[in-house]
Ligand binder design. Sequence first.
Ligand SMILES: NC(=O)c1ccc[n+]([C@@H]2O[C@H](COP(=O)([O-])OP(=O)(O)OC[C@H]3O[C@@H](n4cnc5c(N)ncnc54)[C@H](OP(=O)(O)O)[C@@H]3O)[C@@H](O)[C@H]2O)c1
Length: 250
Amino acid sequence: MTSTDITGRSAIVTGASRGFGRAIAIALSKAGAQVTGVARDPAPLAELAAELGGSFTPAAADAADPVVGGRLIDERQPTVLVLNAGAAPLSRPLQRHTWRTFSRNWEVDVQHAFGWVREALLAPLPPGSVVVAMSSGAALRGSPLSGGYAGAKATIRFLAGYAAAESARAGLGIRFISVLPQLTPATQLGAAAVAAYAARQGTDVPSYLAAAGPTLTAEQVGSAITELITDPGHDQDAYLLTAVGLKSLP
Ligand SMILES: NC(=O)c1ccc[n+]([C@@H]2O[C@H](COP(=O)([O-])OP(=O)(O)OC[C@H]3O[C@@H](n4cnc5c(N)ncnc54)[C@H](OP(=O)(O)O)[C@@H]3O)[C@@H](O)[C@H]2O)c1
């Protein structure tokens, strides 16, 4: 199947100021999209705007705020949404969590994905649109030092699947896809988790990473998400993403 040209298409990336989201914004911008990047801290967004020029518009906002998704979808008329924003979980064993810390990724990651997915279905986005929601490999195996993180990310995978079914039922022609990246120290969030899991195993970070195999980079995430968006042949609801590439999940 031929790839879709996204030149000039409006894309919104949440959590675009660093880590995976920044790499995704750069990759989509290089592929020709007009990218709106959402994060709370305006300073790194402004730096990215200076780097990418006219193809990137910063939007400093809390992506989990129920008003923000609706407003930005109305204003920017996107045909690509990458729901990547996520809170860094507190790296502690279960008994050292409170309900507030345990539920953090539900309040941020899940609430944000739910709100934006709902707005995408209700708008609805135009046929041919793509919504990518960032889940995690932790959704498959759990993450015992990250409170409710793994369950929240599993719910994001379910959400994208439910939305794909609603899109098909209503003939909307919108692809909803969840992506489950492997743990990587390439980002702030990932580096903290890798350090915690290495310490739990009584080893150092280099030894932990050596045992885990090839490391996923943020640039690989940017390329893989762009590939999912531009290749309509990627028609499954969920993909695992490792340093080896994308693999569809049953
Ligand atoms: N790194 C990994 O190993 C890994 C593996 C699997 C899945 N993931 C998932 O991939 C996504 C990106 O993670 P990352 O590793 O790139 O994390 P990161 O380096 O900590 O970056 C997180 C991004 O999300 C933004 N953000 C956080 N809360 C936000 C909110 N309420 N509203 C708007 N923006 C918000 C941050 O900017 P502000 O703080 O300025 O808002 C930042 O741009 C997350 O959903 C994460 O769970 C990561």
